[in-house]
Each structure stands twice: as C-alpha cells, then as structure tokens.
Design a binder for this molecule. Structure first.
Ligand code: SAM
Length: 210
C-alpha cells in the first residue's frame, strides 16, 4: 500500500470492511443524511461509496422514485456494494467504477441511463481523508452539483499526531489532518457543521447558490 494508491489497499480489505466497521458510523451516517435534507425523488451521488454502507440511509430519504449513483475506484469495494443492492432489491441504485479525480456528469448520465440527469445532492463519507488530490475532487464534484443542490461530507479530522492517529491513518490509508471541510465552508451557503466521537468526526454540509 502507498499513500498515492489507496484503492489498492481498499481492494485488499474490502471483504473485511463491513464486519470491521460493525455499523459504528451508522449514527454519523444518519446525521449526514439529515444535514443533506433529502426529499423523495431526488438524484444523489455517493462519492467514494465503498461497500455502500450509506445506501439504506440515503434511500430512506429519496425513496423508490429517487436515483442513487454510487461511485468508487476500488473494484472489490464496489462488488460488495453490488451485493447489497442485489440482496435488498434496490432498483434505483446505479454503481460506477470511476476515479473521483476524473469523474464527470456525463459518466453519471451514462451509468444511470438518464441523459438529462442533474445532481440534487452529493455526499462523501470517509472519503476526503483518503482520496488523492482531494481539493480537486471536491471542486470537480461541487461543479457537478445543480444550483440549489446540497453537499454533505462526514469524515475524521484532528491536527494531533500520535500513536492513535497514526494507527487510524494506517488502517484507513488516510490523512486525517486534512482540512477537507474548508472548500465547502468557503463556497456554500447555509453551511452546517457538527462534531461527533469526542470531536474526531465532523459532519458538514452546505447549499450551492451559483
Ligand atoms: C474509508 S472508505 C469509505 C467508503 C464509504 N464512503 C463509507 O463511508 O464507508 C474510502 C473509499 O475511498 C475510495 N477511494 C480511494 N481513492 C479513490 C479515488 N481516487 N476515486 C474514487 N474512490 C476512491 C476507496 O476505494 C474506498 O472505498
């Protein structure tokens, strides 16, 4: 594993990912979806969706008439997500293997079979501490969001460097010192933020006005 290629690491740990997490982020995932202000029928991108741990919380909000597109660069994480989709019979979930650094609206339109698709919501959980070139990834996905759309991020952050944070970074192939909420805070209106887990996890969201 190298910091430059977290996808390879996630390919390796994909079979263990869900059982390792044991639903520990579920409350944070639910809070993230509340900040997103989901409504039935909306179209949402789950960026770096991994094994699809967010999906049931998203689908509670957008319902069967909404469209969920999950993208990730790890084939094996996505294969796990696909299993969840099939097991639950979710008809309105589309999965796409794509590097977040080169993702485009056109790719999402093709993957969903909706040539006029626009994005009402974008969510990224536990992704911005992991993906390379995260600032560019944010800018690219923010540009894909429709005007009046809402964007939410949940992830770890601490400036502290110690054995614990080193271990987290090692296990997750992450850099949890990144100030990943800053571009959203600078660009969005109706910015909200919330800390959990003694301040280590942060949930932020904002609305795009132009
Ligand atoms: C900690 S996991 C988070 C997965 C999921 N969002 C969740 O909340 O459980 C980080 C994810 O980022 C993905 N990832 C890393 N680099 C990426 C890239 N360049 N493009 C897309 N996904 C990437 C990994 O494959 C992995 O699934």
């Amino acid at each position: 594993m190298t910091k430059e290629d977290p996808t390879r690491w996630y390919d390796r740990i994909a079979p263990l990912y869900d059982s390792f997490l044991l639903g520990s982020y579920n409350r944070a995932r639910r809070r993230t979806m509340q900040q997103l202000r989901l409504e039935p029928g909306q179209t949402l991108l789950d960026l770096a969706c991994g094994t699809g741990e967010n999906f049931r919380f998203i689908l509670e909000g957008i319902g069967p008439t909404g469209t969920l597109i999950g993208t990730d660069f790890s084939e094996r994480m996505l294969a796990r997500a696909q299993r969840k989709v099939e097991k639950n019979g979710w008809q309105n979930v589309h999965l796409l293997r794509a590097d977040a650094r080169t993702l485009s609206l056109e790719m999402l339109r093709q993957a969903s079979g909706q040539p006029d698709l626009h994005l009402d919501r974008v969510v990224c959980t536990l992704g911005f501490s992991v993906v390379p070139d995260w600032e560019e990834v944010f800018a690219r996905s923010w540009a894909m969001l429709a005007v009046n759309g809402r964007y939410a991020i949940m992830d770890w952050h601490t400036p502290r460097k110690n054995i614990f944070t080193g271990l987290v970074n090692r296990i997750a192939a992450s850099d949890i010192s990144r100030k990943w909420w800053e571009p959203l805070a600078e660009t969005a209106v109706e910015f909200e933020q919330e800390r959990m887990a003694g301040g280590l996890w942060c949930i932020v969201s904002g609305t795009k006005r132009q």
